[in-house]
Design a protein. Sequence first.
Length: 478
Amino acid sequence: MSESPHRTTRLSTRAVVVGGSLAGMLAAAAVKDSVDTVEIIEAHDLPEGPEARPGVPQAAHFHVLLSGGADAIEDLLPGTLKELLCAGANRVPMTTNMLIYSPEGWYRRWQRDSHYLITASRDLTDSVVRRQVLKDPRVSVRPHTKVTALLGSSHRVTGVRLRAADGTETDLTADLVVDASGRGSQTPRWLGELGVPGPARDSIDSGIAYASRIYRAPVSTRDWPVISVQADPRRGEPGRTGGIVPIEDGRWHVSLIGTPGAQPTREAAEFEPYARTLRHPVVADLLSHAEPLTDVALTHSTVNHRSYYERLKSWPEGLIALGDSVAAFNPIYGHGMSVAALGAVALRTQLAALGLADGLSRKAQRAIAKPVELAWSLAVGQDIHYETTKGRSAGTLDRLLQRYVSRLSHTATGSYRVATAMTEVLTLQSPGTALLRPSVLAAAAIGPMRPQLDGPTFTVGERGLLAEAGISLPGVAE
């Protein structure tokens, strides 16, 4: 029987993702069920396993995956958290397995698992997510290729122009283009070439520098706590922060962080002495018993950048920006990976509801802006209180808000209710308004229900491990 002349053949649909970073992989995971094929355009090679990838200098510094972001990745790619843990990552319950010295004092290690972190090297996290995404036959990668322009018009993007390693240029059509190319995104320029005015942009720079190094831990890292000694921006002096994050293969990832006037250097001989200048010596004391495995990596790339695409009056169909292409945060707050994951879930939700219909791009861009807004307020709300910060200074409302947050933090040192409320927001699982609930306001007014701790509290098991390694730490609370 001959085919009906009125029957139409459905055209194959394609999404193009610019960038093979974590955000790019999560973007591919978000769109793969709504199109026939996804092609990821990547300027470099993608390694097979947990190896350093060009274009990710921040991988040299410690990373944590907040439970809000971890849950989002698991939603996009079921089984990923199990794969991470099997590969050596740690699940760290908050604040049960954390030693945090905030500006207001030591947080208690509440024995209730309300939220968590996943700690691993960035290379391991990237590799596990990449493997989960690329096992889908609909998703492919075109390496050693750069996107040089968007195709289409101010009303609709229809693809991208590509430049191969040999300089050859070709056009690739697409029903949807997702820019996940990171801090160096060219989307503002590409939009201008299409006749679309660029977005309003913010840049807030506290001048913070990071120095990081990986150590062989002297104790087992399985269930070992995250340790963080934080700076106090209220003291009117250069801030120094440092922390130890347990990662795979029995290692500690250590980062030391300072504002102008107290910035660390890349000199190995100065790394541990700098740790000794933190507000408490616990990080330095532990490092004195650990074996350094790498040189010191230093970066000054800690500026908060944001492009307000969601506010543009004109936004072409067929284009979406995600991850650091929209907003990049000071990495000290650990929000980058989680915001990318939450943005990818928001994109998938809009695609499931609208498909590739008109209106998708604008609605998706506005949905992506919601987790960005929370993380931005958390990061900038801290950075603007350093005297060296450029781009914005703290106003009266900012200072009032800081006083309230400081009061909450003080209360959290002895209140499980307030500690949990703050953790809900910091892990991007509740909006900032959660800190204004009547129960939280009342608890903050009363203050901490327990006395402040004199120092970090290691568990009996942790003290046993330290004793077996011949490590005695002064200033440790019993």
